[in-house]
Design a protein around this ligand. Structure first.
Ligand code: PSU
Ligand code: MN
Length: 303
């Protein structure tokens, strides 16, 4: 059911640093052809740091960890791919479908494959439109011991509620070089992280301490978008509000809501948000690879 690529199998045997990458961002998060370019660029960023990328996806109902360019292309241009969160695996397996894994879905497959560092753009959270729409990503962060690197969460979400939920579920929210929770397109949200850490070494030591005391939750590392690509709140916030109003007017809900909001924001910002989105994804891949290297170095010393 789980198919690891030869490269990932080898990397696992050698205890080489591996970074998992999600694929809903490819199938549902970005327009073509930027989704394909992004998928390849994130893999390149991970390799540039000396780690191995493992893009996770479902193809013909098989859970694939580490896919090649042909498979990435198939996902990027797929007609009707499934958005695969935790509840959706069985459906996709039984019906032999193709799909992109969300943060929660990618965490499930990565953990099975023995990978504990993962890079994404933004996590799902508690939606503004409905308090019962809480992303399964938060549940996955609550019960999967991994390091997840993101740029915070988009303010399409209710960020204070999302942080409350993470606190309840004992998920540390690390600010990488910042005391403030980043809001994806911008470095600021006015909300606090639970701890600030300033280097991959510190993050690795923090993760060890967290799991050594017996915690099973993830560590959410929030990596703010580089300053020169951060969008002004005055520019992006009205666009987010408009996208949210459009979603409500159209009655969009459930799994369709996040992709609708992302596409609408891209449209309303005239592609400006897309540029920032790509930059922060690259940035997260680089940091995750640095963390994975420190973590695998630790393992080597133990032997
Ligand atoms: N936020 C983004 N870009 C994305 C997503 C979220 O800025 O591509 C995707 C991620 O894959 C995330 C998923 O796991 O959307 C969350 O969807 P939902 O809210 O339906 O759980
Ligand atoms: Mn949702």
């Amino acid at each position: 059911m789980f198919v690891l690529s030869d490269e990932i199998k080898r990397a696992r045997e050698m205890d080489a640093p591996i970074v998992a990458l999600e694929s809903t961002v490819i199938t549902h998060g970005l327009p073509t052809p930027q989704n394909m370019e992004l998928a390849l660029a994130m893999e390149d960023k991970v390799r540039a740091e000396g780690a191995v990328p493992a893009t996770v996806a479902l193809l013909d109902g098989k859970i694939r960890v580490g896919i090649g360019k042909t498979e990435l292309e198939r996902l990027a241009y797929a007609k009707d791919p499934v958005k695969v969160s935790r509840r959706d695996f069985a459906k996709v397996i039984v019906k032999k479908l193709d799909g992109g894994t969300t943060v929660a879905g990618t965490m499930l497959a990565s953990q099975k494959a023995g990978i504990n560092v993962f890079a994404t753009g933004g996590i799902g959270g508690v939606h503004r439109e409905s308090y019962l729409d809480i992303s399964t990503d938060l549940q996955a962060l609550a019960d999967t011991p991994m390091i997840v690197v993101c740029a915070g969460a988009k303010s399409i979400l209710d960020l204070p509620a999302t942080l409350e939920y993470l606190e309840t579920m004992a998920v540390p929210v690390v600010g990488y070089g910042t005391d403030e929770f980043p809001a994806f397109f911008s470095r600021q949200s006015g909300l606090d992280v639970s701890v600030r850490l300033d280097s991959p070494e510190e993050i690795a030591a923090f993760a060890k301490a967290h799991w050594d005391v017996g915690m099973k939750s993830a560590i959410l590392v929030t990596n703010p978008i580089p300053t020169e690509h951060s969008l002004d709140d005055d520019f992006i916030n009205p666009i987010i509000a408009q996208a949210s109003a459009d979603a409500q007017e159209k009655g969009i809900h459930g799994q369709a809501l996040t992709p609708f909001l992302l596409a609408r924001i891209n449209e309303l910002s005239g592609g400006k948000s897309l540029q920032s989105n790509l930059v922060l994804l690259h940035n997260n891949a680089t940091l995750a690879a640095k963390i994975a290297k420190v973590m695998s170095g630790k393992k080597e010393k133990k032997v």
